[in-house]
Design a protein around this ligand. Structure first.
Ligand code: ACO
Ligand code: ZN
Length: 158
């Protein structure tokens, strides 16, 4: 499966159940259908899916927030990568990387000047992916996850 061709496109309403299924299979952080639909409605360009032979195999869901910059003492529009996942059989093919690149492009189009995310401190694959994209660790939140694990906050300018 290491050479499968994939395409990346904006999510559609009909994809939401599949996206929720991928989210359930890949991550312990799950959300209601209405949470996904809210993001689809509000930030459609930053909610993307990856397709292989017509099958959705991965997604990224982002939003834009107003808040204090991670890089300067000012308020700014920050992109927030809420969730990204790729089905296990389709990993290490560049899909996650490209979902991130396209997601960040969309966040920039919405006016974000930087982007951030939370990631489990034990999640080496994801941390490596973000480091490859020049994200740096800007904070560690103790007990961020429901099971008590810490999160790194990772961020980069856009
Ligand atoms: N070990 C080490 N580095 C890795 C690994 C791994 N298992 N997987 C990816 N990377 C790094 C590598 O640097 C890789 O580049 P390389 O293949 O040239 O070495 C780079 O990331 C890009 O890899 P991709 O193939 O683009 O990533 P993939 O499509 O496999 O998706 C993802 C990565 C999304 C993290 C996937 O492993 C996944 O779905 N994991 C489970 C869900 C998850 O942890 N999501 C992130 C949670 S945090 C959040 O959502 C904000
Ligand atoms: Zn801690």
């Amino acid at each position: 499966m290491s050479k499968a061709k994939y395409t990346i496109r904006m999510v559609e309403l009909k994809d939401i159940p599949v996206v929720m299924d991928i989210n359930m299979k890949c991550l312990p952080e799950n959300y209601t259908q209405s949470f996904f639909i809210q993001h689809y409605k509000k930030f459609p360009k930053a909610f993307l899916v990856a397709e292989v032979e017509g099958r959705v195999v991965g997604y990224i869901m982002c939003r834009v927030e107003h808040g204090i910059s991670n890089f300067k003492f000012t308020l700014t529009k920050k992109g927030h990568v809420i969730s990204i996942a790729v089905l296990p059989e389709y990993r290490r093919m560049g899909i996650g990387y490209n979902l991130m690149v396209k997601g960040m492009e969309a966040l920039k189009e919405y006016g974000a000047t930087e982007v951030y995310l939370e990631v489990r401190v034990s999640n080496y694959p994801a941390i490596h992916l973000y480091e490859k994209l020049n994200y740096v660790i800007v904070n560690r939140i103790h007990g961020y996850y429901a099971d008590g694990e810490d999160a790194y906050v990772m961020a980069r300018p856009l």
